[in-house]
Each structure stands twice: as structure tokens, then as C-alpha cells.
Design a protein around this ligand. Structure first.
Ligand SMILES: *Cc1c(COP(=O)(O)O)cnc(C)c1O
Length: 395
């Protein structure tokens, strides 16, 4: 580690894999425009550096979850169009959308009027349609009416219409039922646009497809796609033939040994209960605990890697620290690097092992590494950037 990070706990992200995923998806969906979903701190990968890479790769838009993340991206020099999915009362925040040149998601006339009345220039907006997820967005059948009302307002340009579709299995000729829900959503979307008149035919960005749909359903790709999980290296359809090869950019979670000593008491009893020990044990305390994404379940049979060896957890996982049992490892020293997820020497703790042990889904695991945790970014196996609290710091 060259950069000076203030905490000895960090997540490593391989930017070559991120580029690989973007390019693999682009090859699959060309000529559709790509709007990678970067909500929730880029699915936990660190929004600033990942978005710099996606911008360089040629993403047309970025789909950002909330205003704070979008403003951070603008302050860090991201120039490409940013769509904000919906995370606030739009009417209360129009000034920020306009100042930072952010594309709002609109799904009712109230929001459109608020923007139109404040705008000092033509503001691009995206309208969100609900096609079958049953969440945000105007119901597809009501879209034409909303669109005509918006068309009549000054200072607004409908640059995109999108929907976050639900599911989409690989189409199966022998089992058309599997594709029925996906096609029904596609029909609702197409019908909504067809019924909205000639103005709607000129909207440049029409998007329905998320990860599985953009890979498996060419007919649902429209002019744009919005892959989330696939950008971050996961697709629920990965086992299928013709699937692009994806790699997970989050390659490691690491820490260092802060303190080594002989402990004579502590939470070393059954289920983390307090006990006085008959014989002191040699413990090592590392940075990183429950608030850093380490599950309390790691106390049960969990281990980390140091010097390429498996080192058992000694006690309950604390909020910001984890205690190791070093009784069998006299060679380990303060400052040694610790692998919580990833490879070291001949050993590896895989994400799959951790998901099973911690009983989490992949997206839960990624996003449990909150923005306050430093990220170390690798390219060509070298460190190219480090962020602390999501802000890049000198390497
Ligand atoms: C998160 C998100 C996506 C991406 O979904 P994946 O299934 O992860 O690809 C697409 N559209 C919207 C509106 C989203 O919020």
C-alpha cells in the first residue's frame, strides 16, 4: 500500500474487470445506448472512481440513485449526463437539479410543473413508466395523457422514457410461459409510446431492459439499456450459452493487525460471553467490524488470512474491530496485512463462501461496504487510485 489511508480497512476493486464488463455488454447490446445503474454507491464499489471509468468507456448516461451522489460526481468532474432515479420530493429540490445539470425522473404533472416554472433554460427530463414492477412510475396506460400535458409546458424536453422492468428469464421456446411476463411488460411500454402521438416517437432514449433483459431479449432493448448487476459482474443468467463473460470487480476486502497481546479475559466464552481465562491467549485485533460489513456470523467458525494462513476469529465481532486467535501463530506481527475476502498465498476466501457463511445475497454484501470505507483501485495489477470517504486521495 502506497497511499496513506486513515483506516487500515479497505475494499479492493479491479477497474480492468469493470471495463471488461462494460465492453462485453456493449458488444451484446450494440447499437443501444448504455446507462449503467450506479445507485447505492455504485453497488458498493465506490461511485466516483467507477463512474470515471464508465465515462471513459463511453457510457451514454449514468443512472444515479440520489441527488447527493450525483452532486458528488459533478464536484469530482464527471461530465456525462446523469439521470437521477427518484429519491426525493422533486419539487423541493428543483434548484439543485438545475444548478448541477442533472436529469430528473418525472412521473406526475406536479413535478413537471415545478421544474417548468423554475427553469431558466430547456431542462432535459426522463419520464418513468411502471410496466409491471409495481413501484415508482406512472402506469403505462396513463402515460400518453401525462406526456401530452408535459409537452405543453415550457422549458422541458422529454429526452428519455424508461421503466425498471421486473425479472426476465432467458427465453425458452419449449416454455413460452417463462417469457410471458417480460413480453407483457414490453407490450405495455410500446403501447404507451405508440399512443402518445408523434412527439413521443422523437424521444431519443427509450429504455426498459435491466441486466437479464438486456442480455437475453434483443426485442426489449429499444434505444437504450440500463444494466446494474451485470456491470458489477453478476447476471442471474450467467450459466446460459451466448452469455457475455463478466468478472466481479470487487476482488478483496482487507485489513491490518492493529494490536497483538496476551489477553487474560474477554468475550471468549460460548456465544461471545465474558470469561476469565485460565491461561492467557495471544490475540490480534484488526480494523473492521460489524459496521464495516463484517457479519456477526463470522464469529462462528470464521477465519481470515494472514501470511497465507487461515487464522481463526477468537470472539464476537465488534462494531469496528475483530479479534483473532493467534495462539498457534507466533510469527504474526502488528501491521501485517489481513485478508477477509480474497486471495493470499495459496489460500483464498471466496465471495461465494462468504455469502453462504453470512447468509447474504451478493447485492447485500456489496452494499454493506459503506462509503466511509476506503477503496483501493487496481489496474494492470497496480494501484491506480485510492478513495477515502469516496473522495480520491493522492496515491
Ligand atoms: C437498479 C436499476 C436497474 C438495474 O437493474 P439490474 O437488474 O441490477 O440490472 C435498472 N433500472 C433502474 C431504474 C434501476 O433502479
Amino acid at each position: 500500500m502506497q497511499a496513506h489511508i486513515h483506516r487500515n480497512y479497505w475494499v479492493e476493486v479491479n477497474l480492468d474487470y469493470l471495463k471488461n464488463n462494460f465492453q462485453a455488454i456493449r458488444k451484446t447490446v450494440e447499437p443501444a445506448m448504455i446507462m449503467p445503474a450506479v445507485k447505492a454507491n455504485a453497488y458498493g464499489h465506490g461511485i466516483v472512481m467507477c463512474c470515471k471509468v464508465l465515462e471513459e468507456c463511453g457510457a451514454s448516461y449514468l443512472g444515479v440513485g440520489n441527488l447527493d451522489e450525483a452532486i458528488l460526481l459533478r464536484r469530482q468532474g464527471i461530465k456525462i449526463p446523469l439521470l437521477i432515479f427518484a429519491g426525493n420530493q422533486l419539487e423541493e429540490n428543483v434548484a439543485d437539479y438545475i444548478q448541477y445539470n442533472l436529469i430528473p425522473t418525472v412521473f406526475n404533472i406536479r413535478q413537471a410543473k415545478a421544474l417548468s416554472s423554475v427553469a431558466d433554460r430547456e431542462i432535459p427530463i426522463f419520464i418513468k413508466i411502471d410496466t409491471g414492477r409495481g413501484r415508482l412510475g406512472i402506469n403505462a396506460e396513463q402515460f400518453p395523457d401525462l406526456f401530452r400535458q408535459i409537452e405543453a409546458l415550457p422549458n422541458l424536453k422529454v429526452e428519455g422514457v424508461y421503466s425498471h422492468m421486473l425479472g426476465a428469464d432467458w427465453p425458452d421456446e419449449n416454455n413460452p410461459e417463462r417469457s410471458a411476463y417480460a413480453f407483457w411488460q414490453g407490450q405495455r411500454f410500446a403501447q404507451a409510446l405508440d399512443s402518445a402521438g408523434s412527439g413521443a416517437a422523437k424521444i431519443p432514449f427509450l429504455q426498459l431492459a435491466n441486466t437479464p433483459a438486456c442480455i437475453a431479449y434483443p426485442n426489449l432493448r429499444m434505444t437504450g439499456v440500463c444494466p446494474g448487476r451485470a456491470i458489477w459482474g453478476f447476471s442471474p443468467l450467467e450459466q446460459r450459452p451466448e452469455h457475455p463473460t463478466l468478472r466481479m470487480p470487487m476482488v478483496a476486502v482487507k485489513s491490518r493487525v492493529l494490536h497483538i497481546k496476551e489477553a487474560c479475559a474477554g468475550k471468549f466464552g460460548p456465544n461471545g460471553s465474558a470469561v476469565k481465562l485460565e491461561k492467557p491467549i495471544r490475540i490480534g485485533v484488526i480494523a473492521g467490524g460489524v459496521s464495516d460489513g463484517i457479519s456477526p456470523a463470522h464469529a462462528k467458525n470464521g477465519y481470515v488470512l494472514i501470511k497465507g494462513k487461515r487464522i481463526p476469529i477468537a470472539s464476537a465481532i465488534c462494531l469496528e474491530h475483530t479479534i483473532l486467535d493467534l495462539s498457534e501463530h507466533p510469527d504474526i506481527q502488528e501491521g501485517d496485512e489481513v485478508v477477509i475476502i480474497g486471495k493470499q498465498g495459496d489460500e483464498e476466501i471466496t465471495i461465494a463462501q462468504i455469502l453462504a457463511a453470512w447468509n447474504k445475497t451478493l447485492v447485500e454484501l456489496w452494499t454493506s461496504f459503506t462509503p466511509h470505507i476506503p477503496r483501493v483501485y487496481l489496474q494492470d495489477e497496480k494501484i491506480v487510485a485510492v478513495t477515502d470517504g469516496d473522495i480520491p486521495i493522492p496515491v
